[in-house]
Design a protein around this ligand. Structure first.
Ligand code: BYC
Length: 332
């Protein structure tokens, strides 16, 4: 459940709603105009955006952990440099997204507090462990691949700051996806042991990646409103299917097997049909019981606490700068 306190604050930033304003708003959305932070918007639209954008930001930040885990153990200098750059990009994505959420009347501190208090969600995928180097390939290829599939349509989201942030994020995700696929290709064409490692990573990441797209359409409580508001352009199931259709041939090119005995190409629909997703596992991960939920939150809390002095120093510096500017303005 999204935190009550944040919701109340978000509600408080909008003028009382009237039917005419709501109709004008929907007409602008229907005409593909972008809604900007100072424009009138329904409270529920604002609330949905704060929820989604902040969850997205948290995902980028928590998402640094599984890959960051391998920076010291990357197999070559080239791989290490690329991985450091990728993890740093994810941090940058988190920063744009927190900034986009802040335009809706919440502060970054509030959003981070919600995460650290365990009240805010982040993507289920980051609660799985990175056991071998091949997991770094699988994350780039599959997790970033799934993220691109979901985020390309978000570049046309009705809310201006979110859509603009997504354009840059997608460009960077595209590099991430390629570096992951290249790691997988190297392993798949390497020694027998390396190929086994690549296959094992694919086996472990495939199903959790399909869960990234969210619950089945029939159980997606936010989809109807988000589609009407053109935040969502495709349903969870439609994006999941696009991802499967794009990824199965990539796995075949690698010479790897997808861990799904039900997978088969339907000539009539030109889609890859896949087996049943374990939604119980998804719900367990969302409830905080995935393999790494507790580790991830402990790592974020520890990073936040050990970063106290950095925030204090930055605030002290900003206060000094303000005093200097005020003194200079007074002297002029
Ligand atoms: N994990 O009504 P629904 C990256 C929740 S990071 C956790 O369908 P909606 C990367 C959902 O929030 C990329 N929770 O929701 C970073 C809702 O719960 P609440 C991350 C999930 O919003 C580092 C409930 O289930 N991408 O690429 O219409 C390294 C019902 O769902 C998940 C984004 O954040 C999940 N997988 O649709 C490498 C994309 N799925 O809020 C890579 C932006 C659903 O009512 N977000 N839930 O408590 C979205 O596009 C949409 O929010 C979703 C869900 C498609 C995820």
């Amino acid at each position: 459940m999204y935190a009550q306190s944040l919701n109340q604050q978000v509600e408080g930033t909008t003028a009382p709603e009237d039917a005419e304003a709501a109709a004008r708003f929907q007409a602008r959305v229907d005409a593909e105009e972008r809604i900007e932070p100072n424009d009138w918007m329904p409270a529920a639209y604002r609330r949905t955006l704060v929820r989604q954008i902040s969850q997205h930001a948290h995902s980028e930040i928590v998402g640094m952990l599984p890959e960051g885990n391998w920076i010291t153990r990357a197999p070559s200098l080239r791989r290490k440099a690329a991985l450091i750059a990728k993890v740093q990009d994810e941090c940058g994505h988190g920063m744009y997204l927190y900034a986009a959420a802040e335009t809706l009347g919440v502060t970054r501190e509030q959003l981070v507090d919600e995460l650290l208090a365990g009240k805010a969600k982040y993507s289920s995928i980051f609660n799985y462990p990175t056991l071998t180097w091949a997991d770094i390939g699988a994350i780039g290829w599959l997790v970033d691949g799934a993220a691109i599939m979901n985020q390309i349509p978000l570049c046309r989201c009705s809310f201006g700051p979110y859509s603009r942030a997504m354009i840059r994020v997608c460009k960077e995700e595209s590099f991430h996806q390629r570096q992951g696929y290249e790691i997988m290709l190297t392993l798949a064409r390497g020694t027998a042991a390396q190929k086994v490692m690549a296959q094992d990573a694919l086996n472990r990441w495939w199903w959790p990646c399909l869960m990234m797209f969210g619950p089945p359409d029939a159980q997606s409580q936010h989809s109807d409103a988000s589609t009407r508001w053109k935040i969502k352009r495709f349903s969870n199931d439609a994006l999941r299917q696009k991802f499967v259709d794009a990824t199965v041939p990539q796995a075949h090119f690698l010479g790897l097997t997808l861990p799904d005995p039900a997978l088969r190409f339907n000539e009539a629909t030109s889609h890859w049909e896949f087996g049943e997703i374990d939604w119980t596992e998804f719900k367990q991960v969302l409830a905080g019981n995935g393999p790494c939920n507790r580790d991830r939150m402990a790592a974020r809390r520890a990073a936040h606490t050990s970063g106290d002095w950095v925030r204090e120093a930055a605030q002290a510096y900003a206060a000094k700068e303000r005093a200097r500017s005020a003194a200079a303005a007074g002297a002029a």
